[in-house]
Design a protein around this ligand. Structure first.
Ligand code: TRP
Length: 339
């Protein structure tokens, strides 16, 4: 197992289990996780407890997506021999640490967290913010520190959560009088975030503008056909805009022939290149990217027992690590022990 890798940086990241993963996750994080697993000790957290903080009214959704997300991980090439895949709700030390850390964080600080502020707005909570939601940054600090992760690959929007984690770490270490927990660093992907097929800034299942990793060939072609281009590019002969044109953004992200893409862009800008030709190329590119993932996904989905075993084993390994950290933190703070 991965415990034999040389002790270096520990990586932890995770996904809320609210829906299957999509192309935005693939370019933004999944691809780099597949690369990182060969050089680092890596844990992936199926964040079902965090998913409940804004889905308490729909527990079935959260439950059903735990193995869906795990299937996505395996389908893109996460290797359970190299990466530990574990379920948040079954790691009780995370809940204990969350409760402990709550005493080292103020409500005012949580309310000022830019990620939380944006998300409260987006969800229209107004004053009726679930306490669990307001406190999820504390739980995320528990996730990160329980694994003693020093690198946390996340989207840019999550950077304030890592900052808040490090504040908790410093407070705990100060109280303990020595460094019981390490600080962590956010690893933000260099590639920009993939826009939705409708041109909105973010691809998201809830916005209906995502292409899931499990998309069928027809669903891919449909999405490409609907894709936002340049609304002023009415005739093929018109000069077109490449900036903000989703088709070109996707070609930049997925086409492995950048010279050909540059050539298409030049022709499009000059005028004389119709949307349908560019879309035809993108369709071919996306079909080629997703076909092997979909095939692996289908083969895996027919063996639910295997996925369950992977997650069970990963959770057992993660339980040892997180329980050990909880014991260490409690001891460092001088808390009561029956031993
Ligand atoms: N907040 C992350 C998201 O919304 C999921 C997550 C939960 C996470 N715990 C984590 C990410 C710990 C990194 C580290 O996608």
């Amino acid at each position: 197992m991965q415990h034999e890798k040389p002790a270096c940086h520990i990586i932890l990241t995770g996904d809320r289990t609210t829906g299957p993963l999509h192309l935005g996750h693939y370019v933004g994080s999944l691809k780099s996780r597949v690369a990182l697993q060969t050089t680092h000790q890596q844990y992936l957290l199926l964040a079902d407890t965090q998913a409940l903080t804004d889905n308490a009214h729909d527990p079935a959704r959260v439950r059903n997506n735990v193995l869906e997300v795990a299937t996505d991980y395996l389908a893109v090439g996460i290797n359970p021999e190299l990466t530990t895949i574990c379920v948040q709700s079954h790691l009780h030390a995370l809940a204990d640490l969350t409760l402990l850390y709550m005493n080292f964080v103020t409500v005012a600080r949580l309310e000022r967290n830019p990620t939380i502020k944006d998300e409260i707005q987006a969800r229209g909570f107004g004053r009726d913010i679930p306490a669990g939601f307001l406190c999820y940054p504390v739980a995320q600090a528990a996730d990160i520190t329980a694994f003693k992760a020093t690198i946390v690959p996340v989207g840019e929007d999550q950077a304030p959560l890592i900052e808040q984690t490090n504040e908790v770490v410093r407070r705990i270490n100060r109280q303990a009088g020595h460094d019981v927990l390490p600080e962590a660093r956010a690893l933000i992907p260099l590639v920009g975030r993939l826009p939705g097929v409708d041109g909105k800034a973010k691809m998201s299942k809830s916005q209906g503008n995502a292409i899931p990793l499990s998309a069928t060939p027809d669903e891919i072609s449909d999405a490409v056909r609907r894709m936002f281009t340049d609304p002023n590019h009415l005739k093929a002969s018109d000069p077109g805009r490449v900036e903000g044109n989703v088709v070109f953004t996707y070609l930049d992200a997925f086409d492995d022939d950048p010279a050909a893409v540059a050539d298409l862009k030049a022709r499009y800008k000059r005028g004389g290149l119709g949307d349908s030709l560019v879309k035809k190329r993108l369709n071919e590119v996306l079909q080629a990217v997703l076909a092997p993932i979909r095939d692996r996904r289908r083969a895996l989905a027919s063996d639910r027992g295997y996925i369950l075993d992977v997650v069970k084993e990963g959770t057992a390994v993660a339980r040892e690590t997180t329980d050990a950290t909880l014991r260490e933190v409690r001891a460092a703070l001088g808390l009561f022990s029956l031993d």
